[in-house]
Design a protein around this ligand. Structure first.
Ligand SMILES: Nc1ncnc2c1ncn2[C@@H]1O[C@H](COP(=O)(O)OP(=O)(O)O)[C@@H](O)[C@H]1O
Ligand SMILES: O=C(O)[C@@H](CO)OP(=O)(O)O
Ligand SMILES: [Mg+2]
Length: 458
């Protein structure tokens, strides 16, 4: 199955044969990379007839009376499908997924519940309430399978007493626009919640818990991905308070949020469960797919197509347009000096860049990265630069990412499109969709951050 719907058109947009080859190769590699982190396969490959396993860990299903399934995230619908297909004996299940994607997966025992992302909604809370209801039934003879993926923080929430849905939404709005990183954002989210920061594991106790996790955070930190509902929390109420202070949010936050965090700091609300807490003796957290896996799959494709390859890591961060410029510089080095590789060559990396949005345009970090490369790479023949969000939706646009080559600038200018103007307005999607170079996948139902790369033909 192919994820990239317009792969042929994107290939044919290359003005020269070498451009076409470079475009096709990088797009094929991204397509296979997304397939390599398919949530269905990632989960079903860890479940045998009678156990859930990973390396030396194994949980025997026949040891349990009842099996329950809960969870939340952009990839959790397909994860649920895999669990349903592999395990017959499911008593009940409830999983929150982004609104509308619940219709893309057909399930019979597990209920897929539509919820809000990136701002939580009523569905996020109703679903979490159902999950807590299920957990209140589960006892030490039972197994709870938790399906966690990125997006889970907004998609599943049950706030502390006194916090209304509107307060929760306002808190999330302020946090995601503050410039705080995902660890900092989730430090706050974890401390106003009854399901985050290990509290879902607390609610499940004494049932046995196994969490299957698809990571969309750099370095795969269990306590940050979807705010770590079943992971020991390394952060404290005091840390949450510091985040609010450092980003000047204390004055602007709803009063109910400030009250909960202050009560926590002053010891009136118990901390989230910490490493070493005995409840985690009942919990196994397994990462079943991550960005590195996808980057390595892309590398495998390019190597088999005859390119020398180098993976620059899966922890790339930084302002998107600057990373794009850097990739263009590397393409030029490969072409002119054969450094760090001689052509035909490909460089790949994964991670998640950021965009400081000041304009009013439509775009996302992947398209903005490629737009940042357009002028720098101009004039090189047989070079393609691309970047894609593996979840299929880049920022506020309909596209997953974009692709450019050494002739994109020429093509754009002849249409009257100046890259700098589109960058200034954060309007990368308008730029690439006009040129037909926006990569279209639709929601892929997986989510392991972004893939970026450059291919240089001989
Ligand atoms: N017009 C824009 N151009 C570029 N990036 C944007 C634009 N609008 C929003 N963004 C960026 O998109 C990010 C959200 O993208 P999204 O793909 O939804 O994130 P996630 O994968 O974390 O859910 C925001 O952090 C913001 O910086
Ligand atoms: O749910 C979350 O906390 C984050 C990280 O896992 O995902 P997203 O940035 O997609 O909301
Ligand atoms: Mg995204």
């Amino acid at each position: 199955m192919s994820y990239i719907k317009n792969l042929e058109d994107l290939t044919m947009n290359g003005p020269t044969q070498k451009d076409k080859n470079a475009r096709r190769s990088i797009l094929l590699s991204f397509d296979k990379a997304i397939a390599s982190v398919d949530p269905y396969k990632s989960v079903s490959s860890r479940i045998s007839d009678n156990s859930i396993f990973q390396m030396n860990k194994s949980i025997e299903l026949s040891d349990f009376e009842e099996i329950f399934v809960i969870g939340a995230g952009k990839a959790s619908g397909m994860m649920a499908k895999a669990v349903e297909d592999k395990i017959e004996r499911i008593s009940e299940g409830w999983v929150n997924v982004p609104a509308k994607t619940e219709k893309l997966v057909d399930l019979s025992k597990i209920r897929l519940n539509p919820a809000g992302h990136p701002i939580p909604d009523e569905g996020s809370i109703n679903g979490a309430r159902e999950m807590l209801r299920i957990l209140s039934k589960a006892d030490e003879k039972d197994l709870v399978i938790v399906l966690i993926s990125g997006g889970g923080s907004a998609l599943m929430e049950y706030p502390m007493e006194g916090i209304t849905l509107e307060d929760l939404r306002e808190m999330n709005r302020l946090l995601v626009l503050s410039g705080a990183d995902i660890r900092e954002i989730n430090t706050v989210r974890k401390h106003v919640s009854r399901v985050k920061g290990g509290r879902l594991a607390e609610a499940a106790y004494p049932a046995r818990v196994v969490s299957l996790i698809i990571s969309d955070v750099i370095g795969d930190p269990l306590d940050t991905i979807a705010s770590g509902p079943t992971a020991p929390d390394e952060t404290t109420f005091q840390d949450a308070w510091e985040v609010l202070r450092n980003y000047s949010l204390v004055e602007r936050m709803p009063q109910s949020i400030i009250k909960v965090i202050k009560d926590g700091v002053e010891g009136r609300i118990p901390e989230t469960p910490k490493p070493g807490d005995p409840i985690f003796e009942n919990v196994t957290n397994m990462i079943v797919a991550n960005n590195l896996k996808a980057v390595q799959a892309a590398e495998g494709v390019l190597r088999s197509l005859g390119y020398s390859t180098l993976v620059l890591g899966s922890r790339v961060q930084g302002e998107a347009r600057h990373i794009g410029k850097m990739l263009a510089g590397l393409a030029s080095s490969i072409r002119n000096e054969g450094i760090p590789l001689s052509p035909p060559a490909a460089l790949l990396m994964g991670g998640e860049t950021t965009v400081t949005v000041t304009g009013k345009g439509v775009g996302g970090r992947n398209q903005e990265l490629v737009l940042g490369a357009v002028r720098q790479v101009a004039g090189l023949d047989g070079v393609a630069i691309a970047s894609i969000g593996t979840d299929g939706i880049d920022g506020t646009s309909e596209a997953a990412g974009a692709i450019c080559d050494g002739h994109t600038l020429e093509r754009a200018l002849s249409e009257g499109l100046k890259p700098e103007e589109y960058l200034k307005n954060n309007d990368s999607y308008s730029f690439f969709s006009w040129l037909g170079d926006a990569i279209i996948t639709g929601p892929t139902l997986t989510n392991v951050m972004d893939l970026m790369g450059v291919v240089v033909e001989d």
